[in-house]
Design a binder for this molecule. Structure first.
Ligand SMILES: C[S@@+](CC[C@H](N)C(=O)[O-])C[C@H]1O[C@@H](n2cnc3c(N)ncnc32)[C@H](O)[C@@H]1O
Length: 367
């Protein structure tokens, strides 16, 4: 199943406002959620249009700790850490069904749960949980109190990780990782796209292109992408002037395909093939197949962009506290050296590697 987003003829004025053609020539100037160079904290997420100067983006990525990948071995870098505390929802499903949860079902649970967190008004949620805690404390029932205490920890971790520090979307880190690619109006293929955030950031930085988002969970198209807020500003450029400007979802040329990546009909036709948080869900015996997906749809000279959550005490804490929300699928946390070695051993030359807030990021080309 595929859905084409309405592509409107958008014309950008010098002041950054968008003019869409209509019979009565009404010029709409939407109130910007945040000005260029500024950030603003909303109840669900942070709006962030800081660091429009590409030179400053070096501050948001720690780059290139490895000089020669051919000299690195698994003995040097060790193996990734496996996150093995699964969500209760998975255990309950397996008890009810008398079987191991299939991978696609696990993704369906994950996407619904993760999406519900993105949709939360976090300050309102914090107040609700605190009120609940006060009520449960007066009831003096230990099991009720510990359950609300866990809710409180989750909301606090989500508030910090997503809303305050913006470590999940990390727009400045992603812009630092994606900068300087030799592409114009690129065709972008996003494997396991979920809400498609990174394709939208790429389209803002390299405007005029097209992104094809692929996810086999239909909920990702209808809800995770479908409900992604159109007032979220992606900092990019105005192709006519080269000046910074904010782009929004509805201005972008995006096609969403609901299907298994293994069924994609494409040839070598994309300038960029990207995945964000996909590789670490494959045990080692399946990683070559997953990495091959990043090669087989690329034009000669195209870029594979791969990111995975990086191994750190913060990410371990996140997946520990948020286990109920996040841990339905097989998952590893790895260092950028481990991730780079997977790519190098599977036939990629690594052009840029490093880490941003919560993820490792690699820009690579098939050898
Ligand atoms: C961890 S998510 C990607 C991370 C994403 N940025 C997020 O915010 O959730 C991985 C996505 O890949 C999708 N996926 C996994 N295997 C797939 C396959 N074989 N074909 C299509 N989609 C797949 C899942 O449905 C899921 O939405």
């Amino acid at each position: 199943m595929s859905m084409r987003m309405p592509q409107e003829d958008a014309d950008t004025r010098m002041d950054g406002a968008v003019h869409r053609e209509s019979p009565v020539h009404i010029v709409t100037t939407p109130e910007p959620a945040v000005e260029l160079g500024q950030t603003r904290l909303g109840p669900h997420f942070r709006y962030d249009l800081r660091a429009p100067d590409p030179a400053l983006l070096d501050r948001f990525i720690v780059e290139n700790p490895v000089y020669d990948w051919s000299q690195l071995s698994w003995r040097d870098v060790g193996r990734p850490f496996r996150v093995e505390n699964y969500a209760n929802g998975r255990r309950v499903w397996e008890e009810q069904n008398g079987d191991t949860m299939p991978v696609k079902t696990a993704w369906e649970h994950f996407n619904r749960s993760f999406h519900s967190w993105f949709m939360k008004d976090v300050p309102a949620e914090q107040s609700r949980v605190l009120r609940d805690l006060a009520r449960k404390l007066t009831g003096l029932k230990w099991s009720d109190i510990t359950a609300v205490w866990e809710d409180l920890q989750q909301v606090a971790v989500w508030n910090f990780a997503h809303r305050l520090s913006d470590s999940i979307w990390d727009p400045r880190g992603k812009r630092a990782l994606f900068r300087g690619l030799d592409v114009e109006k690129p065709r972008i293929l996003f494997l396991g796209a979920a809400e498609g955030y990174e394709a939208m950031q790429l389209l803002a930085m390299y405007p005029g292109g097209e992104a094809v988002l692929v996810d086999y969970d239909e909920f990702c198209m209808t809800h995770r992408f479908g409900e992604f807020p159109d007032d979220y500003p992606f900092l990019g450029v105005n192709p006519r002037t080269g000046a910074p400007r904010a782009w929004h979802k509805s201005e972008m040329n995006i096609t969403y395909i609901v299907d298994d990546i293994r069924n994609l009909p494409f040839g070598r036709e994309f300038d960029i093939v990207i995945s964000v948080g996909l590789l670490e869900h494959f045990p080692d015996e399946y990683k070559p197949e997953c990495l091959d997906w990043h090669r087989r749809f690329l034009k000669p000279g195209g870029y594979a962009i791969v990111t995975t959550p990086r191994l750190s005490w913060k990410s371990r804490l996140f997946y520990h506290v948020m286990a109920e929300a996040m841990n339905y699928t097989y998952r590893e946390l790895m260092t950028v050296q481990q991730m780079g070695l997977y790519l190098y051993e599977n036939g990629f030359d690594i052009l840029r590697h490093g880490y941003i807030k919560a993820h490792n990021g690699i820009i690579a080309r098939p050898r």
